[in-house]
Design a protein around this ligand. Structure first.
Ligand code: 5GP
Length: 121
């Protein structure tokens, strides 16, 4: 897998607003926030997409969710609520090919998250 910008963030080659870090994961604010609170939780292991998550990655993917919830609790939004999203490949809207959990909070988030124009032939 080719290196992404997230590897550079993990290696501190480029700066990021880091909220949490340990040996397994890194959480940092999204550079282009889509909600009052928008951060990303990534594994330090580079996994390109959801399709490449292997059985040995199950623990870290679960842990990414626990870190997301803990940070939302620390930020005071866990009870009000938040959204986690992992985009996969072009139709999923993925632009960085190192899996990342988007965590969005701080306002009521609409559902569905996009308006798709239905075209009836
Ligand atoms: P995706 O579209 O792959 O699901 O999400 C990639 C996310 O990474 C986007 O929300 C984008 O704003 C964020 N992002 C891309 N480059 C950088 C960067 O250099 N720093 C930070 N903090 N976020 C980034």
């Amino acid at each position: 897998m080719s290196e992404t910008i997230f590897t550079k963030i993990i290696n501190k080659e480029i700066p990021a607003d880091i909220l949490f870090e340990d040996d397994q994961v890194l959480a940092f604010k999204d550079i282009n926030p889509q909600a009052p609170i928008h951060f990303l939780v990534i594994p330090k292991k580079p996994i390109a997409t959801t399709n490449e998550i292997a059985p040995e990655d199950d623990a870290v993917v679960g842990y990414m969710h626990r870190v997301a919830a803990k940070l939302c609790a620390d930020l005071g939004v866990a009870e009000q609520g938040f959204r986690t999203v992992m985009n996969c490949n072009p139709d999923g809207g993925q632009t960085v090919y190192h899996i990342h959990l988007h965590v969005l909070a701080g306002k009521p988030l609409g559902w569905p998250p996009y308006q798709e124009r239905l075209k009836i032939e």
